[in-house]
Design a protein around this ligand. Structure first.
Ligand code: PMP
Ligand code: GLU
Length: 402
């Protein structure tokens, strides 16, 4: 009898890494199901529930019969709300034909890569990067090219680094700000310097992932698409998962040049036909209704950032910076490499996160799949008392290493 393992999987799937964030969240769930008291600071997901008024809008949409296919790029009403939002919040001008709503920003990015990349086209990815970028690029037959910034650069790459990485094959520059996994936010001057480099390379498309826009602790979120030089070749990615605590709704979107938006619609018309109808109605409402729930969540994240940094700074050997957005802290833990508790020696960030999982019952994600093998990612989207408990456990576990 033949076994399943004899069936050959595609090269594409064999070359693909499993999502490390999603995997770690599942490991934490499994351990909890076995009765272990695991605190999960792994997956990047607001611990808040979707605000009530948005849920009510979805219920009403269901009752009103919004249960059918929508136009592939999204309900006109939602695309109009997104056009309005881009103008209101980002000073970006779009028409509805430039908006494509998808099943999450993850799919938005996949649509863009599938629409633009040919075999061997290079995508410059600011590193540390969100785990899915490299895998999506590879799925679209592109080649991820990492340019890396360590903690001493606040994890932000410089214009010189970008300039040195560009060549004839460069098709896309892809980054997130506020950044997952570092929480770094590119300021106006830093974006200006990047734009100055891109001015010399008119064929490069910028993909700016702004999904953490509303969780930004600086004075202002700046969209790179507002710079004249790149405005007609920037795809601005955003979504509802983070700012509105709507991860499970699977709703993201792009504002893009018309030709890219049309290509993304074409891809999506073959893959998913578009996002859930009643969810889109509620999303349109989320963008236009009172935004105070988003502001309250942001304030809570800011308080927790300070709390966790303060606690991490009390752990000898853990190096932190001060992230200015999102809900992650990305400490450099390389001081622990070579240390041992007598049984296990920590050789890598993977070893470190595994040690903390088993000795502190706290789940975090190794920096390796984010392109940062000296770091770990801690998501502080959890209640204050949970964060205090997690940091205490971590400190006690690390004290066993010498
Ligand atoms: N971009 C970044 C930087 C993210 O952290 C995530 C994870 N949620 C996404 C895109 C995808 O978000 P979603 O698919 O939930 O809209
Ligand atoms: N983006 C979140 C994270 O980084 C959610 C999980 C995922 O899609 O990667 O944890």
């Amino acid at each position: 009898m033949s076994s399943v393992s004899e069936f050959p999987l595609s090269q594409l799937i064999r070359n693909m890494q499993e999502s490390a964030t999603i995997k770690m969240a599942q490991v934490a769930r499994d351990l909890r199901a076995q009765g272990h008291d695991v605190i999960s600071l792994s997956v990047g997901e607001p611990d808040f529930d979707t605000p009530q008024h948005i849920k009510e809008a979805a219920k009403k949409a269901l009752d009103d019969g919004f249960t059918h296919y929508t136009p592939v790029p999204g309900l006109l009403e939602l695309r109009q709300a997104i056009v309005h939002k881009f103008k209101r919040d980002n000073n970006l001008e779009f028409e509805t034909s430039q908006i494509v709503v998808s099943n999450g920003a993850k799919q938005s990015i996949a649509n863009v890569c599938l629409s633009l990349l040919d075999d061997g086209d290079e995508v410059i990815i600011f590193t540390p990067y969100w785990v899915s970028y490299t895998e999506i690029v590879k799925m679209a037959r592109g080649v991820p090219v990492q340019i890396t910034a360590g903690i001493e650069q606040d994890y932000k790459v410089s214009a010189d680094q970008l300039s040195a990485a560009i060549n004839d094959k460069t098709k896309i520059v892809l980054f997130s700000s506020p950044c997952n996994p570092t929480g770094s936010v590119y300021q106006f001057d830093e974006l200006q310097a990047i734009v100055n480099v891109l001015a010399q390379h008119p064929n490069i498309i910028v993909v700016s992932d702004e999904i953490y826009e509303y969780i930004n602790f600086t004075d202002k979120h700046v969209s790179i698409g507002t710079f004249e030089v790149v405005k007609d070749r920037t795809v601005t990615v955003n979504g509802f998962s983070k700012g509105f605590a709507m991860t499970g709704w699977r709703l993201g979107y792009i504002g893009a040049p018309k030709w890219i938006a049309a290509a993304c619609s074409k891809v999506q018309g073959q893959f998913t036909s578009g996002a859930t109808c009643f969810g889109q109605k509620a999303a349109a409402y989320a963008l236009t209704a009172d935004q105070s729930a988003t502001a309250e969540m942001r304030a809570a994240f800011l308080r927790r950032r300070d709390l966790v940094i303060d606690l991490l700074n009390q752990i000898p050997g853990v190096k932190t910076n001060k992230p200015e957005g999102a809900f992650y802290i990305f400490p450099d833990i390389s001081n622990f490499f070579g240390k041992s508790d007598g049984n296990q020696t920590i050789e890598s960030a993977d070893d470190f996160s595994e040690f903390i999982l088993h000795h502190a019952h706290v789940a975090m994600v190794s920096g390796t799949p984010f392109g940062a093998p000296n770091c770990v990612r801690i998501s502080y989207a959890a209640a204050d008392e949970v964060l205090v408990e997690a940091m205490t456990r971590m400190k006690n576990a690390l004290a066993k290493l010498s």
